[in-house]
Design a protein around this ligand. Sequence first.
Ligand SMILES: NC(=O)c1ccc[n+]([C@@H]2O[C@H](COP(=O)([O-])OP(=O)(O)OC[C@H]3O[C@@H](n4cnc5c(N)ncnc54)[C@H](O)[C@@H]3O)[C@@H](O)[C@H]2O)c1
Length: 254
Amino acid sequence: MNPTLEGHLLDGRRALVTGGASGIGAACARELAARGAHVTVADVDGDGAKTVAEEVGGEAWVVDLSDTRALDGLRLDTDVLVNNAGIQRVSAIQDFVPDDFRLVHRIMLEAPFLLVRAALPGMYERGWGRVVNISSVHGLVASPFKSAYVSAKHGLEGLSKVTALEGGQHGVTSVCVNPGYVRTPLVEKQIAEQAAVHGIPEHEVMAQVILAEAAVKRLVEPHEVASLVGWLTGPDGAMVSGASWTIDGGWSAR
Ligand SMILES: NC(=O)c1ccc[n+]([C@@H]2O[C@H](COP(=O)([O-])OP(=O)(O)OC[C@H]3O[C@@H](n4cnc5c(N)ncnc54)[C@H](O)[C@@H]3O)[C@@H](O)[C@H]2O)c1
């Protein structure tokens, strides 16, 4: 972020970023802190969460978001909620392990619902809130071998739109951000699985699978996603609600 352009637009606000220990979430934690927010970094990776929290002057919340029952009675006091934590599993449907499908849906759809549910009462009381759901181009279009991920992200799109409709009269917006492939461990970890399901060598996965659909042939950088998230939480983002913002190098233009 360019501090001379943005000032401290989130001074006095609290922000919670799930999956904030790594990749896009860590970049969002840095961006929101640079804008003045007090950031809580929520992650199952306790060491990573504490490291990022210390760096941004915030706090860590070590939590396994796959344990969704534990979130049923939660109440969150946060002005900005970034639902970002996620995992990937790559397999043909007939081979997809049922518990892997359920795990992806618990972390990437049930937990966002429960966190929004926990945060809205406080946002409504204060008359201001920003919910940013890190969806994906896979919230809008599909790819083979990602049934759990694609369906969870499509569900997140629906959750975001309902949140936008219910929250509008209370000063709360809800948006999805939809990146193409971003340079993070989540992408690095799926190279071997992608090679196996597509029947190609690992060194061909980048060109033949990952960058195949994008017009701009490079990975998105985490800070580029975070910069968009920062803008969406600022005053000029106030009329963006129920929308899905692609940042995918042209992938979804096809
Ligand atoms: N990397 C990409 O290409 C890409 C593209 C589009 C969307 N996304 C989305 O962006 C989000 C972040 O992905 P990333 O690429 O930064 O991944 P990442 O692997 O770098 O980070 C994900 C974070 O989520 C945390 N996490 C995983 N399971 C958790 C759980 N049960 N409880 C709490 N935290 C948990 C991990 O510990 C990690 O810190 C995900 O929702 C992903 O679907 C990523």
